[in-house]
Design a binder for this molecule. Sequence first.
Ligand SMILES: Cc1cc2nc3c(=O)[nH]c(=O)nc-3n(C[C@H](O)[C@H](O)[C@H](O)COP(=O)(O)OP(=O)(O)OC[C@H]3O[C@@H](n4cnc5c(N)ncnc54)[C@H](O)[C@@H]3O)c2cc1C
Length: 420
Amino acid sequence: MKQTQTAEKTEYGCVVVGGGPAGMMAAGRAAELGCSVVLCEKNASLGKKLSITGKGRCNVTNATDLNGLMRHMNGDARFLYSAFRAFGPDRVMAFFEELGVPLKVERGNRVFPVSDRAADVTAAMRRYLARSGARVKTARCTGIETEDGAVTGVRTDGGTIPCRCAVIATGGLSYPGTGSTGDGYDFARALGHTVTPLRPSLVELLSDEPLCGRCAGLTLKNCGVRLLRGDKTVYEDFGELLFTHAGVSGPTVLSASAHLRGEGEWMLAVDLKPALDPGELDRRLQRDFAGEKNRLFRNALDGLLPASLRQPLVERSGIAPDKQVNAVTKEERRRLAALLKDLRIGGLRLGPMAGAVVTAGGVSTREIRPATMESKSISGLFFAGEILDVDGYTGGFNLQTAFSTGYAAGTGAAGRAAEF
Ligand SMILES: Cc1cc2nc3c(=O)[nH]c(=O)nc-3n(C[C@H](O)[C@H](O)[C@H](O)COP(=O)(O)OP(=O)(O)OC[C@H]3O[C@@H](n4cnc5c(N)ncnc54)[C@H](O)[C@@H]3O)c2cc1C
């Protein structure tokens, strides 16, 4: 049947563009404050990305305080202060518990649903929308209409929806298969907003070092990681690192990737034995070597390193693999200890945007009011979620940001719409 595309007659208080966590929160919040709301999502279902977060378990937030949140954000963290204060981790946790999603706190204060099912979080958001009275429409938005510096409507592939306020919550550019294809950046630019350079963050780091491919699949549980630009340490962390065919990944590397920006020789320095200082490590090597004096050096690291790392480390040490350990000199042993404390992986570059957990950069926070997420230049225009130039580390900080900014935008839009 041929469908004619007619414009909607009803004027809504607020049209929310994007049905991710930020958009759903904004729509539900504005509607529960009495605003007439329609949420437009181009996918057939809401929260496609939300449903795959946390490896399908959804790390909804981090059970930390305001300072803890601020320390885990990149970009203009101060911009988020009032949004976090109004709707912080305690409020997010109470919100989901009240919607029937019991939560648990894991290592590093990471909060997950007890069910370990991200789909339960998405379903709860849908219940929130239904309960608050927000309407949900499957539609792709193509732009925002304004008149005299104020929002008048949202253009969609099904016609224009007249409205007093629009919340743009279209997400970033990563995992485009979930719907996050960056449409909102174009809407923002078209309305005169600045979009700061976009780059992948919380992403695998690529390296041509053969060591990575040879160790692909190996996870180091407890290692120290430093990101260096030339000689300068830019970021330091401790925890898990994963070798991949193309480079390195895992929580420490993903967090480090948030700091890799601009030109330069980027390198990772991995401390494989963070619990031992260089002197203790040297004594440990002496003990190991003294235990089996006739052993060949290439077999001497068995108790010290996982299998796939041994051969590459033996090669890097510069010690002849067939040397008996009792012939390894003091200088060679010290060099080996230094290598174990400072394994370099060079030539680092960011992995592809499509595989990043978040997009760094976005709509400039300087042009937005922090308490309400409203544009400073266009009345009735709001932004929420990853589209903003703020991004956090792993640990639930990005969803917390989506919920806090969504809540602020929903509250702000309801207030603005009520003025008419
Ligand atoms: C694999 C993965 C795992 C992650 N795990 C976690 C985690 O455990 N904890 C955490 O805190 N963060 C996690 N994140 C990050 C988090 O998912 C995002 O930061 C968050 O989803 C951003 O929310 P958002 O609502 O701003 O955008 P999105 O979730 O990207 O939602 C945007 C929505 O807008 C819709 N849209 C786009 N353009 C249009 C248009 N023109 N018209 C209509 N609709 C449109 C899209 O289809 C999409 O549904 C993860 C990310 C990934 C990729």
